[in-house]
Design a protein around this ligand. Structure first.
Ligand code: GAR
Length: 212
């Protein structure tokens, strides 16, 4: 596929970057319909930045401003400008631990997607794998969804299930969920980039359960 036709991704993260690495590996395959244009993090020492730079990707820390759970107005503007400068088509949240709102979501309407480590709408918010373990469910998983103004409430693009085992600790369950994330996210991005995902209100068609 010619480079100019690829969907340009802006990946945002706060953590170690295993999803970003999976996306970068998929992007390096011939004929992949997407490419990473830029990687941004709100934590200066986040592993995602080092792992992106190791791969020769453009990666930058942008300070989040004075709030703990969201970007302040100046920071939000800085993120929007950096993503626009990189000519990003789709914003991909990969462990970005701040809520995006107002101006950001208006600028990238229906063009911000996230991966969450549970089968939404169960266990939104923080440490979803721990919430699942504490609740006692036997099956959990991961969800790729559009980002809207709520917390983990946007329309669901794709989901994959993961079993919860008797011997699981929060760490072992999170690792199993992350393995599923590393294949689900690139698959969802491929579907998105090739126009297979159709948004009809709350329903995103094109990636039925079992097909991915
Ligand atoms: C992933 O497990 C992702 O699902 C989770 O953060 C982790 C980031 O890992 N995201 C959330 O909990 C968002 N609510 P990574 O930095 O290794 O990709």
């Amino acid at each position: 596929m010619a480079d100019e036709k690829k969907l340009r991704l802006g990946v945002l993260g706060s953590g170690k970057g295993s999803n970003m690495v999976a996306i970068a590996e998929a992007a390096s395959q011939q004929d992949c319909p997407f490419e990473i244009a830029v990687v941004l993090a709100d934590v200066a020492e986040a592993g995602i930045l080092a792992r992106a730079r190791e791969r020769g990707l453009d990666a930058e820390f942008i300070a989040p401003g004075r709030f703990r759970t969201k970007l302040d107005d100046d920071a939000e503007r800085a993120y929007i400008e950096r993503l626009a400068a990189a000519r990003v088509d789709l914003v991909v949240l990969a462990g970005f631990m701040r809520i995006l709102k107002g101006e950001f979501l208006r600028t990238f309407e229906n063009r911000v997607i996230n991966i969450h480590p549970s089968l939404l709408p169960s266990f939104p918010g923080l440490e979803a794998w721990k919430q699942a373990l504490d609740y006692g469910v036997k099956v959990t998983g991961c969800t790729v969804h559009l980002v809207d103004h709520g917390v983990d409430t946007g329309a669901i693009i794709a989901q994959r299930t993961v079993p919860v085992l008797d011997a699981d600790t929060p760490a072992s369950l999170h690792e199993r969920i992350q393995q599923a994330e590393r294949s689900l996210y690139p698959a969802a991005l491929t579907a998105f980039a090739t126009g297979r995902v159709k948004i009809e209100g709350r329903r995103c068609l094109g990636m039925s359960f079992g097909q991915v």
